[in-house]
Write a protein that binds this ligand. Structure first.
Ligand SMILES: *Cc1c(COP(=O)(O)O)cnc(C)c1O
Length: 420
């Protein structure tokens, strides 16, 4: 695609953008002089849809009006509140509705999934993760290994980029699994690496893992609402994601989980159970024996945190309106444009460490400052850019196709050029 460098071109792209109507439906933090901030941090905390207040208010009103009866008489009965997300999450992650559930928070769900899917045996007890995985994931896998009596230094394997590279080659993952797969119980990779923005080919990794006899799960914190996913068709065993990044559910928003349908009714799979994971037909019989709900819903523990879920619903309704294919289409184009703008800057100032192939990234570009990293971040902040900075020299820029404009990206690139 041929881009041009002026602001008029950015405005032209905005005027032709099928997603342009969505921007006004979000609250923007204030930037310098009262204008909207240039918000490029949707990979950390998505912006608040303006509709969140009315969604949350509806539940507050029903609580005031009905008290406990809101579980059955509310406009969106709380008893089945989580079920409203089945079709939506199925669309967002490419799964069947009974393969997904909304519950808990991300790290909690990782642990719950590992209870079921990390089943170490004497000769097969290792977990393979990507090098520089998000710290919470590293702690989670290490503590799971330790919980089963293994030394994490021995049980946790990491695969990283080759010397001199920033991202991990899929061939290397495949070769590693061929060589060491027989020791590996679980492969757990980020769908998109939070640091480099590299998107992994889940189908390929699932196949390589399965060929080696491993269970394969993904952490989709940076992939859900960002990439087009097809977890079921890719044959992924399980996955979890948070909803406050690209999915805009607000701080600490409720997480999602996916479990492939081949496990929907597997009675041999151990799990940590709670009453909300019980079959709803018998849930209120309050019997002593747990009868798991069919599918991913059987992993729920507690009744739904409705106020947090109401905020999420405001956002997922917008996603359903926009649809993932259209969002991804804009994301690819806008990210390509941003990459082009950065390439136009004088050499020697910045290096983008995210893959240049659009199939290997989502809406994030990780930019390494070749000069003074902290000074750059200061300058960006002063100029009204809100983005994420990882010491000492990497800034992570997220393009959120629902609310970022091409003009945002143009302005950011200007500021980046001046800050070098
Ligand atoms: C954001 C993120 C988390 C955060 O975990 P919470 O339990 O939601 O606090 C964990 N893992 C990855 C890969 C993340 O990107």
């Amino acid at each position: 695609m041929a881009f041009e460098s002026g602001i008029e071109f950015a405005r032209k792209l905005d005027s032709e953008d099928p997603m342009r109507g969505f921007r006004d439906r979000f609250h923007f933090p204030e930037g310098p002089g009262g204008s909207d901030a240039i918000y490029l941090c949707g990979n950390s905390l998505g912006l608040q849809p303006k509709s969140v207040a009315s969604y949350v208010n509806a539940e507050l009103e029903d609580w005031a009006k009905f008290g406990v009866e809101g579980h059955f008489h509310g406009r969106n009965p709380w008893y089945s509140y989580h079920e409203m997300f089945s079709d939506q999450f199925a669309h967002i992650v490419g799964a069947k509705p009974h393969e997904v559930v909304v519950m808990n928070s991300l790290t909690t769900n990782l642990h719950l999934m590992m209870v079921s899917f990390y089943r170490p045996t004497m000769h097969r007890y290792k977990i393979l993760i990507e090098a520089s995985a998000f710290p919470s994931d590293q702690y989670a896998v290490a503590s799971q290994a330790a919980f089963h009596g293994y030394d994490p230094d021995d049980a946790i394997l990491e695969i990283g980029p080759r010397e001199g590279r920033d991202t991990i080659s899929h061939e290397d993952i495949e070769e590693f699994l061929e060589a060491h797969g027989s020791e590996i119980a679980l492969v757990l990779i980020g769908g998109v690496n939070y640091y480099t923005g590299q998107a992994f080919d889940m189908k390929r990794i699932a196949k390589a893992g399965h060929d080696a006899g491993c269970i394969v799960g993904f952490d989709l914190a940076h992939a859900a609402g960002n990439l087009r996913l097809s977890l079921h068709d890719d044959d992924v065993d399980f996955a979890c994601w948070c909803s406050y990044k690209y999915l805009n559910s607000g701080p600490g928003g409720v997480s999602g989980a996916y479990v492939h349908e081949r496990f929907a009714q597997d009675p041999d799979l151990p799990r940590f159970a709670g009453w909300w994971g019980n079959d709803p037909e018998t849930r209120f019989e309050m019997g002593p024996k747990f009868h798991p709900h069919f599918g991913a819903a059987g992993w729920q523990l507690s009744n739904a945190p409705v106020l947090a879920m109401a905020a999420l619903k405001a956002s997922t309704d917008i996603f359903m309106e926009a649809t993932m294919p259209a969002l991804r289409q804009k994301s690819v184009k806008a990210t390509e444009y941003l990459l082009w703008l950065i390439d136009e800057l004088p050499d020697g100032q910045y290096k983008v460490i995210t893959p240049r192939n659009p199939d290997e990234r989502g809406g994030q570009l990780s930019i390494k400052a070749l000069g003074d990293g902290p000074a750059l971040f200061d300058a960006l902040t002063k100029a009204g850019v809100i983005c994420d900075y990882r010491k000492p020299d990497v800034i992570r820029i997220a393009v959120a196709p629902l609310y970022n404009s091409y003009e945002d990206l143009w302005k950011f690139a200007q500021i980046l050029g001046e800050a070098a």
